[in-house]
Design a binder for this molecule. Structure first.
Ligand code: FAD
Ligand code: SF4
Length: 328
């Protein structure tokens, strides 16, 4: 790992000023992803602005209208275990509890998860490995080994909590180095190009201060399904967030599904309105599961046969809807 200097601000304003003023600087929260990437020489950072002492960025607050505000520096373990989150937005607690392994969840933060770099088998490797094969478009090269083009990187968006946050219409509270505080919808943060710092619509010097989840619709039910090679530690090969609203008699009034680990940006599935007005009977579930299969087209950028992962979109959608039906 190349040497770097660590800075320890105690306020968000101080952190943003350091990131703005120090050349080749990066934020580090839990460091569970960043430090691995630095070892692989995927980023050049001479200064790390640590967020670990910024107390104002830690905590979970629920306001009277049902809005949930989670500080970006809150660790995933706390999000997963929080009663407020488990009861108010079950899918977020499930997704946070499925990230990596227990040690990562006690260090890794929700903000770090939102800002996680995209992943690819040709990129998340040591510098010598990448050099031996020939560097790729995402880092130091000019060619994508996955889709054989010089135009676009299709490294997979791999953060478990993000499809849930998109399905919940969550908003990021950000601090911009020049423009001050601002907001961006989580859904508007990413673009369909997996290259580092080109994958986001935000100025890379922006600090994510908190994640705000608006009040859920009446009769909220939600879940998150994750396909991975092992039951622990592994990144998703497919992530599926499903959020629904139900009337008093159990009829579905709204359904949203977002899939991840397919492209550089999570994908909101279309034609979910087939569920509205139904009680998620088996034939309705099959119809929506078929929609998931049709719309999901995984790439070979991450582990797992793409054809199998596509089939799993159908299977996991079926399981998610069955879980929603059962959680009345
Ligand atoms: C073995 C292993 C398995 C993993 N498995 C999973 C998995 O299954 N699912 C998953 O989602 N992730 C996984 N991860 C990745 C990582 O543990 C999580 O994504 C974690 O949430 C990252 O949070 P962090 O606080 O450690 O971020 P860091 O590593 O500190 O930072 C990640 C990125 O976010 C930026 N950043 C951090 N906080 C902010 C902020 N507040 N504002 C602006 N930028 C910020 C950093 O500059 C960096 O670019 C895994 C990692 C490892 C090593
Ligand atoms: S998808 Fe292509 S450009 Fe992107 S990291 Fe993989 S090989 Fe590199």
């Amino acid at each position: 790992m190349a040497p770097f200097e660590v800075h320890l601000p105690t306020t968000a304003a101080e952190a943003v000023a350091l990131r703005r003023d120090l050349p080749e600087s990066m934020y580090v929260a839990g460091g569970t992803d960043l430090l691995v990437n630095l070892k692989h020489r995927l980023h050049a950072a001479r200064h790390l602005v640590s967020l670990s002492a910024v107390e104002e960025m830690v905590g979970i607050e629920a306001s009277g209208d049902g809005t949930l505000r989670i500080g970006a520096g809150t660790v995933l373990h706390r999000v997963a275990e929080s009663e407020v989150v488990r009861e108010g937005v079950p899918a977020l607690a499930i997704a946070a509890g499925l990230v990596a392994g227990p040690q990562h969840r006690r260090m890794g933060t929700l903000g770090g998860n939102v800002m996680l770099d995209t992943r690819c088998l040709f990129y998340n490797q040591s510098a010598s490995w990448r050099e031996a094969l020939g560097f790729c478009l995402k880092k130091d090269g000019d060619w994508c080994h996955v889709i054989n083009t010089a135009k676009r990187c299709v490294a997979a968006h791999s953060a478990d909590t993000v499809p849930v946050l998109i399905a919940l219409d969550a908003v990021l509270e950000v601090a911009h180095p020049e423009d001050g505080p601002g907001e961006v919808r989580v859904e508007d943060l990413y673009v369909i190009d997996g290259r580092f710092e080109q994958n986001r619509t935000l100025d890379p010097r922006c600090l994510v201060v908190a994640i705000r989840i608006p009040p859920r619709k009446p009769g909220h039910r939600s879940t998150y399904r994750k396909v991975r090679a092992r039951r622990a530690v592994d990144f998703p090969q497919l992530g599926l967030a499903v959020v629904g609203a139900f009337s008093g008699d159990g009829a579905c009034t709204d359904l949203t599904a977002v899939v991840s680990a397919v492209l550089p940006k999570p994908q909101r599935l279309k034609r979910m309105e087939a569920a509205v007005g139904t009680h998620l009977e088996d034939d309705v579930i099959e119809e929506i599961a078929e929609q998931a299969f049709r719309q999901v087209h995984p790439q070979t950028s991450i582990h797992g046969d793409p054809a199998w992962r596509r089939q799993m979109a159908r299977v996991e959608m079926r399981r998610a809807l069955q879980a929603l039906r059962a959680s009345a």
